[in-house]
Design a protein around this ligand. Structure first.
Ligand code: PMP
Length: 406
């Protein structure tokens, strides 16, 4: 089955607009993806018809809202290859998921002398929560080096692993380089010394189908807004026994069983970790996004995205002074680069004037930028709705900028 990108694009209203008098070329999907009409409709439908709080009232609207809310949990569990929806915890996004695990699991499992390994290509969201909890517990965060090609140095990881390591936290795909990390192998290495492995799936989730059981990790997190869903909603998946043993993260409504001044008991999974009124519209929108993705031919979508990246690489070869960061092959979604004589920030502005949206800067990965001794990069990122014309427009835009500075 061939992949019909025009049919896909037609479902994304935000892509049909002009910016600065030019048709929008959206190359910032690693920051956030655009939303298909199906997701927008699901959110509007909820607010127009079913708006009510979940799990509480005895009335019809609350019943409908609760059933849509829990249905989203079921489809999301299925989407991740997880048989038990109670292992799907709604959070605001990857950032909150990692903070939840660091605070809840970390506070009860880390002690002085323990180590948490994080790769040097992590997003700040997968560094700072571990630094906070390690500082509190007297434990240490140790970076795992990155090779010149922009891959996690597996030999160095091996050398760092010992019985003091309690957690290995890595991203599945680097947001700054696009590197696809061998998380299955990393999880196995972590387990061999008795450590756990948490995977930040922010940049992987939209690109290919995945199965958390097969990956063998202990926690997996993603954000809805990187999967064509709304902002402010995301997922933490964890192994049931670990989640059961972990204390609550936030206290409040929903997460309790019984409250008394003699002692409070907590709700069962997943509600133990879902204090307060949740982002109901967000959950419903995310469920719609998951269903939308499930309706795609994902193999063809993946192939299409790879062709876009290959074309970028081809065109980049003839651009004077262009330096690309990240591995040659083992990469998805991201074309991260520098152009001699032009600051990445200026590149971003000048491309925007031509209707081309990219991201510039350190991409919340300052240790990685230091590793490559660059202040930041320009990053064009791709999703399944991008076309070969988008790639051509990017390189035509760069040529214009080079002419301007010549
Ligand atoms: N990790 C990675 C790899 C990311 O790309 C991002 C988002 N840029 C995050 C974590 C944080 O995601 P969020 O802001 O949705 O919590």
């Amino acid at each position: 089955m061939s992949f019909n990108v025009e049919e896909i694009r037609a479902q994304f209203p935000a892509l049909k607009q002009e910016v600065n008098g030019r048709p929008l070329v959206y190359l910032d999907s690693a920051a956030t993806t655009q939303k298909p009409q199906a997701v927008i409709d699901a959110i509007v439908h909820y607010y127009q018809h079913d708006n009510a709080n979940v799990h509480r009232a005895a009335h019809a609207l609350s019943g409908r809202a609760t059933s849509a809310f829990e249905d989203s949990r079921r489809v999301t569990a299925e989407f991740l290859g997880c048989a038990n929806p109670a292992q799907i915890i709604w959070v605001r996004g990857v950032t909150e998921a990692i903070n939840l695990v660091a605070a809840s699991w970390g506070r009860s499992n880390l002690a002085a002398g323990d180590k948490v390994l994080v790769s040097a290509m992590e997003h700040h969201s997968d560094i700072v929560p571990w630094q906070l909890i390690c500082a509190e517990r007297g434990a240490e965060v140790i970076p795992v080096p990155v090779t010149d090609d922009g891959e996690i140095d597996l030999q160095a990881l091996e050398a760092l692993l010992d019985e003091h390591v309690k957690m290995v936290a890595v991203n599945h795909v680097s947001n700054a380089l696009g590197t696809i990390n061998p998380v299955q192998e990393i999880a196995a290495k972590a387990h061999a010394v008795g450590a756990l492995c948490m995977v930040d799936g922010a940049q992987a989730i939209a690109h290919w189908p995945l199965d958390v059981q097969q990956l063998g990790c202990d926690f997996y997190a993603f954000s809805g807004h990187k999967l064509f869903g709304p902002t402010g909603i995301g997922v933490l998946w964890g192994r049931e026994a670990l989640l059961e043993a972990m204390p609550p993260f936030l206290g409040g409504g929903e997460m309790i069983d019984r409250v008394s001044f003699d002692g409070t008991t907590f709700n069962r999974l997943p509600f133990k970790f879902e204090a307060g009124t949740p982002n109901i519209a967000g959950v419903i929108g995310l469920g719609a996004a998951v269903r939308w993705v499930q309706g795609l031919d994902r193999g063809s979508a993946e192939e299409h995205e790879q062709l876009l990246l290959r074309r970028c690489d081809e065109l980049a070869e003839s651009v004077r002074g262009l330096r690309r960061l990240g591995p040659e092959r083992n990469r998805v979604g991201v074309f991260s680069f520098l152009l001699e004589g032009t600051h990445p920030e200026d590149l971003g502005t000048l491309l925007d004037q031509q209707g081309i949206a990219i991201r510039t800067g350190h991409h919340c990965a300052q240790p990685l930028m230091s590793r490559f001794e660059v202040p930041g990069t320009a990053r064009a990122s791709f999703s399944l709705y991008n076309t070969m014309d988008d790639v051509e427009a990017l390189f035509a835009g760069l040529a214009k900028i080079q002419e301007f500075f010549a």
